[in-house]
Design a protein around this ligand. Structure first.
Ligand SMILES: Nc1ncnc2c1ncn2[C@@H]1O[C@H](COP(=O)(O)OP(=O)(O)OP(=O)(O)O)[C@@H](O)[C@H]1O
Length: 703
């Protein structure tokens, strides 16, 4: 038998099929070409990284150099920083409690003055309770403050020396740096406190179509006649808002739209205060100005802070505030007296600080402040003030008496020299003739004018009313401030004679009317509606501006001190510092009370206490250790406290000074006693100049 096989060389299709998949060469894989992945922006190449490190190193070296060369500044900042921290500590200790206690005391005094009866009893007990609460709060506050101070002090006094002793040199260096840097941080120069105005948004659509819609919605123009409203010019930005003018259809006065201000504001979706509506050049033309945010929410710094050199406030006025459109508002402290009222902490003092910036740098202005609050608010300016007195009703009464007499003197002088009034042309001559202009400031009328607060209350009110009424024409301007705008404090005649008025936020519409005038709230001028978040904002009414809304500029305590230093130099150069010129008001006050309040009196803080001339001479005679005091020693000592009377004037000779001061001291002694006579007294150098013996002074005092 034979088996048939397929010869090996012959292809076997079945085999081929089975092995086909096993032995064949695999197909070449497809190769995709990718683009190189871009590097993310934040990732640096090696080269960039090296460059960055090099720059960083150089920048660090430059920064270290810069800060090392500026280290003297930082030390200065540091000192200022710790001073500021101390002041903050002191302010935090008092907070507002003293002021509140003073107000409660005033309420109590006023309650006591009422006629006997149930109302008086109720008011009195209410005021007493308030006073007690305020005192208790102050006590508790001081206790809390001391506890906090104690804990922090303990941590610092224990922690710092421990770290310094235990740590090495580096720890000590780092700690020293930390101390300096902390001080420098708190003492760094302040940046301008100006928040940029926001650009108008919604109102930027202001145009003819918008005004047609708005005036129809506000009910000023009927729907049928809306198409007749025509835009005049193009809407343009003005300050923080947009201004535009439209002509109303014939026969419809623009005043109709002005009268519907509230409706117009609501149709524009803004607050009334952000909108100005005025009648234009012709009766049917309406001028619109609108901002899309509150124009008074901004805090602006006084432009006078950048002013160098003297200011002529008679000619240029004083920029004290800004208006709705950011424009500066000038106060002419020359033609009218000003009264400022408002609740406590609402910015009265800030408005005054703005006025003081101007008058301090005007050498022709004799600034006199009678501060009824007794705070340190005006101390910075003490050196330049003709008179500066705190909480002294008797002295204010005397000063107002002197100013009333001064009005007659001025009036006669102007008459005699043929001047009808003081104006820009004759200003300098009149100032030389009269001895400058008077700016007489009473800060806190409530301390002085309510009946019963002092025996001088009525006299003060009457004299202030007279000064406010006729002073301006004679170069005497009165500025009165009060946080109690009530008729007891600002009696009708006194208010009426102040023709310029500023009402900060008040507690009620009645208080607002007490400042601005009866019925003003009804006309929309209501200071009680001023937002509490905007201190310094006020309704200002002056003969020049009419009644407008303003917000005073911000003047910080550091700015005040700087301005006071500049003012001092300006006045010194002009020979117009207290003591450099003959001041009839201070001469009168010193003669009446034996002590001067020029430049805030002794210590420069306005605390003026009557001093007996004999008591003072006795002190001086004891201090010499010789049993006597010479006239020259007396003049020098008295000149320090009363520069107006005893100070040596410009170009005065030794003899002239001695004669004038000698006469003044003799007058004061004669007013006190007729027993004390001037004698020759021995001095260490063997001379025998004129003076007084200690035993004579003692005898005169005992007599
Ligand atoms: N125009 C202003 N801009 C910004 N802040 C202001 C402005 N006016 C006042 N302030 C702030 O309000 C605070 C209180 O102001 P100010 O001391 O002038 O009030 P006042 O009414 O005089 O208070 P008081 O009745 O206690 O004397 C200020 O310390 C200041 O922080």
């Amino acid at each position: 038998m034979s088996i048939e096989t397929t010869p090996s060389s012959a292809p076997d299709p079945e085999w081929e099929r089975i092995t086909a998949t096993l032995v064949k060469e695999p197909p070449k894989p497809v190769r995709f070409e990718f683009e190189k992945r871009p590097r993310p922006a934040w990732m640096m190449s090696g080269e960039q990284l090296r460059q960055w490190i090099m720059y960083a190193k150089d920048n660090t070296i430059d920064a270290v150099r810069f800060h090392v060369t500026h280290s003297p500044y930082y030390l200065g900042w540091s000192v200022r920083g710790y001073r500021r921290l101390c002041l903050r500590w002191w302010e935090a200790r008092h907070d507002d409690y003293r002021q509140q206690i003073a107000t409660a005391k005033l309420m109590l005094r006023q309650a006591k003055e009422q006629p006997r009866g149930a109302q008086r009893a109720a008011d009195e007990s209410k005021a007493r309770a308030l006073l007690q609460v305020r005192r208790a709060e102050f006590k508790a506050h001081k206790k809390r403050h001391w506890i906090r101070t104690g804990i922090s002090g303990l941590i610092v006094t224990v922690g710092v020396p421990t770290c310094a002793i235990l740590g090495g040199l580096w720890v000590q260096i780092l700690m020293a740096l930390a101390v300096i840097l902390t001080g420098a941080w708190f003492g760094r120069p302040e940046e301008a406190a100006v928040i940029p105005a926001q650009a108008p948004t919604r109102t930027s659509h202001l145009g003819e179509d918008t005004m047609r819609r708005v005036l129809v919605e506000a009910g000023a123009v009927s729907d049928k006649r809306a198409a007749e409203i025509r835009g005049v010019g193009i809407p343009h930005s003005e300050g923080p808002g947009i201004a535009y003018e439209v002509d109303l259809p014939s026969g419809i006065p623009a005043a109709v739209a002005v009268a519907r201000k509230q409706q117009v504001a609501s149709a524009l979706a803004v607050h009334q205060d952000w909108l100005d509506l005025e009648v234009g050049d012709i009766e049917s033309r309406l001028k619109v100005w609108v901002a899309s945010s509150d124009p008074f929410a901004i805090v602006r710094r006084s432009p006078l802070l950048d002013h160098k050199g003297p200011i002529n406030t008679f000619r240029d006025g004083i920029k004290v505030a800004f208006g709705k459109r950011g424009e500066p508002i000038t106060l002419w402290v020359r033609d009218s007296s000003l009264i400022v009222g408002g609740a406590t902490r609402r910015g009265k003092g800030m408005l005054l600080a703005n006025i003081l910036l101007g008058v301090a740098k005007d050498p022709w202005v004799n600034v006199r402040i009678f501060d009824g609050k007794g705070t340190a608010e005006h101390n910075a300016y003490a050196r330049i003030m003709g008179t500066f007195t705190k909480r002294n009703a008797e002295r204010l009464a005397l000063a107002t008496r002197a100013i009333v007499a001064e009005m007659d003197r001025r009036s006669d002088l102007l008459d005699d020299h043929g001047y009808e009034k003081i104006d820009d042309e004759n200003y300098e001559e009149c100032m030389r003739l009269l001895g400058g202009r008077e700016v007489f400031i009473v800060d806190e009328l409530a301390t002085y004018t309510p009946k019963g607060t002092s025996p001088w209350a009525d006299e003060i009110t009457e004299n202030l009313s007279q000064i406010a009424a006729v002073g301006a024409a004679l170069g005497i301007t009165l500025i009165s401030l009060t946080q109690v705008p009530e008729v007891d404090v600002v009696r009708g005649r006194l208010r009426q004679n102040h023709t310029s008025r500023a009402a900060m936020n008040t507690e009620s519409g009645t208080a607002s009317n007490t400042i601005l005038g009866d019925g003003m709230t009804g006309q929309g001028y209501d200071a009680s509606k001023i937002p509490l978040t905007q201190p310094g904002r006020a309704w200002l009414s002056t003969p020049e501006t009419g009644v407008i809304q303003v917000r005073s500029y911000l003047v910080k305590p550091d700015d005040k001190r700087r301005a006071a230093d500049e003012a001092y130099e300006i006045r010194k150069a002009a020979g117009r510092l207290p003591g450099q010129w003959k001041d009839p008001i201070e001469e009168y006050l010193a003669a009446e009370t034996g002590v001067s309040s020029a430049a805030g009196g002794e210590g420069g803080k306005g605390r003026i206490v009557r001093v007996d001339v004999l008591e003072r001479l006795e002190g001086l005679a004891r201090a010499t250790g010789r049993g006597n005091v010479t006239n020259a020693e007396i003049f020098t000592a008295f000149a320090a406290t009363d520069p107006a009377t005893f100070g040596r004037r410009n170009s005065e000779t030794d003899e002239g000074w001695a004669a004038r001061a000698g006469k003044a001291i003799r007058e004061q002694i004669e007013a006190a006693t007729s027993d004390l006579k001037v004698k020759r007294v021995p001095t260490e150098d063997g001379r025998r100049p004129q003076g007084y013996l200690l035993e004579d002074i003692e005898a005169a005092r005992n007599a």
